[in-house]
Unconditional design. Structure first.
Length: 150
């Protein structure tokens, strides 16, 4: 297993509520970032219909490493935050945590933090890969928000 961490942020002209609605709708991620999120199946929803547990197929392609990961994730939506946490099979199972944070600032700053470990061969260089993955998600979210407002 190789640790992978990443961060990215970008300013979107969309209001915080619109950003939160996009990011909280986990089941719609394949619509706006199909390169990375191939499928999402909602397992549980809360009383308002918000997904709270999903199974997702995450596609990772890095320096010749090309693999799909099937992840069961708990979803926690709070004020200006969407957190996705992998449901671990046991204590030895590595984490997969994704946290979106939103802050108002002449629009909305969309920030993403990623923390995981992946079974990537030692020979595959991972320098900057976590940031690159985080950046791809933030960019895709901003593009989706822009498309909705036009």
């Amino acid at each position: 297993m190789r640790d992978l961490h990443g961060r990215a942020s970008e300013l979107s002209p969309a209001p915080v509520d619109a950003c939160l609605a996009l990011l909280a709708a986990i089941d719609a991620y394949p619509d706006w970032h199909p390169e990375a999120i191939r499928e999402v199946e909602v397992l549980e929803r809360d009383g308002a219909g918000q997904p709270t547990r999903v199974v997702t197929v995450l596609h990772v392609e890095v320096a010749g490493f090309d693999r799909d990961f099937h992840l069961t994730m708990d979803v926690d939506v709070g004020r200006g935050r969407v957190a996705l946490r992998k449901v671990k099979a046991d204590d030895s199972d590595p984490p997969f945590d994704v946290t979106w944070n939103l802050s108002k600032q002449d629009g909305t700053v969309i920030a993403l933090e990623l923390d995981t470990a992946l079974p990537v061969p030692r020979l595959v260089p991972l320098g900057g890969v976590g940031d690159s993955i985080a950046r791809s998600f933030v960019n895709a979210a901003v593009r989706a928000l822009s498309a909705k407002s036009s």
